[in-house]
Design a protein around this ligand. Structure first.
Ligand code: PMP
Length: 426
């Protein structure tokens, strides 16, 4: 660790420090690195864990005797809804198993709301003068892209250790009828890793909202993706919402993209029985049923919810050392410097790094110059605008361990050089 924090260094020492970092950076340039920490993708080693799928299913009938090769079964086969219903703490009758992408289900849901409104809407959202969403930040870039694609406005609230700043959310939702919903990644948030507590969830589903059809897009993409032995359960948002008299407020999404194959898994949507009927009603206009064969092979591959839990422990063995390497390098190189803070996630796919305000885009530019691709500056904010230019999302799962370490050493050098430049006034 640094003994003196950089912002406190006398000008001469800072100039010397800057020269050192410039030399370290120049040395990086000579190494011709080509490393990538941009997207939360499973590594090849992780994908290999699911290759049992490639020789399944061993039969073409599901547990109810339905031939999965044919049309039909819009809600998805019962056994996969039961398996993931149990894992997510949701009644199987309130779970729909669809195609391979939950993000597509989110987009479809927004489009259905736009064209028709929800079960509790007075009119289609497109007939409103304006629609606004609350976005906890930093958050998932594709959530924000979806909103701007539809012309939905955004208002941000900070993420806290207990989930979104619930006081801020409640104040906004109570006062502004154009606010129709919010995004939330409740477990191991992308990118900051926090878990939304039971108390915050209870408040979100019970708070008064000016819009009668306020929706929480409860994107539980990382529900089962623990990095430690502590397998934290997500809040039971659907039961809490029903008990509060707002059963239609949450819509839950999840998928096996980071459990089995990110391009050929199974995605899920869940909600009140009315919301599920609403969803399949609209879905049925364009679909005669999902890929049930893929659903059946997932059922056969896992055997039971415990099979999924065991499988997730195998993922953890592969990726926990990569997260440990990120944290080790950050601590060794940036601890005590006063120019960076970072998260220590218990699950999920990311480490969120905050650098000296005003330097994130410079760090990303320097890293790019040295052959290390980082997620573009501001991506975790609506409109790609990080007001403090401070946040960098690190995704360490895809590269092999040695490359994660090498990339992080380079990132640390870039953070220090950018900070020294900034503190020196250029
Ligand atoms: N939600 C979040 C929060 C994610 O991080 C991701 C993947 N990066 C997704 C959704 C995408 O999920 P899917 O593969 O099921 O479309």
């Amino acid at each position: 660790d640094q003994t003196t924090s950089l912002p406190d260094l006398p000008a001469d020492d800072l100039a010397a420090f800057r020269e050192q970092q410039q030399a370290a950076y120049d040395a990086l340039l000579g190494r011709g690195l080509s490393l990538d920490l941009t997207r939360g993708k499973p590594s090849t080693e992780q994908l290999d864990l699911s290759d049992g799928l490639l020789s399944l299913p061993t039969s073409v009938k599901d547990g109810d005797g339905v031939d999965v090769r044919n049309y039909g079964g819009l809600n998805g086969i019962r056994e996969i809804r039961e398996m993931f219903g149990e894992l997510l703490g949701i009644e199987p009758g309130q779970v729909v198993a669809g195609g391979s992408s939950s993000l597509v289900m989110m987009r479809e849901t927004l489009v259905d709301l736009w064209l028709h409104g929800a079960v509790d809407s007075e009119r289609p959202w497109s007939a409103e003068e304006k629609v606004t969403f609350i976005c906890p930040v930093p958050g998932y870039d594709r959530h924000f892209t979806l909103l701007s694609w539809l012309g939905i406005d955004t208002v941000t609230v900070p993420m806290t250790d207990d989930g979104p700043d619930v006081e801020a959310v409640a104040r906004l939702a109570a006062s502004d009828p154009t606010i129709k919903g919010m995004w939330l990644v409740p477990t191991y948030a992308n990118p900051t890793g926090q878990v939304t507590t039971q108390e915050v969830a209870a408040r979100l589903v019970s708070m008064p909202t000016a819009a009668p059809d306020f929706k929480i897009f409860w994107d539980n993409a990382y529900a089962l993706h623990h990095l430690t032995a502590e397998e934290t359960k997500s809040a039971d948002v659907l039961s809490l919402a029903a008990a509060s008299g707002n059963p239609h407020r949450p819509i839950v999404f999840a998928s096996t993209s980071k459990i089995t194959y990110a391009g050929a898994g199974v995605a899920f949507l869940a909600g009140s029985p009315e919301t599920v009927a609403w969803w399949t009603g609209h879905l049925g206009k364009g679909s005669i049923g999902p890929d049930k064969l893929n659903q059946l092979r997932h059922v056969q591959f896992f055997g039971s919810p415990d099979g999924v839990r065991d499988h997730m422990r195998q993922h953890r063995e592969v990726i926990a050392p990569k997260f440990a390497a990120v944290l080790e390098v950050l601590q060794e190189r940036l601890g005590g410097t006063g120019v960076a803070t970072w998260t220590d996630p218990r699950g999920g796919y990311f480490v969120s790094l905050d650098v000296l305000p005003g330097t994130a885009s410079r760090v990303i530019e320097l890293a790019k110059g040295a052959g290390v691709a980082l997620t573009p500056a501001g991506s975790a904010f609506p409109g790609s605008h990080d007001p403090d230019d401070t946040n960098i999302r690190l995704a360490p799962t895809f590269p092999v361990l040695a490359e994660v370490r090498e990339a992080m050493e380079a990132v640390a050098t870039c953070v220090l050089l950018a900070a020294a430049e900034k503190l020196a006034g250029n």
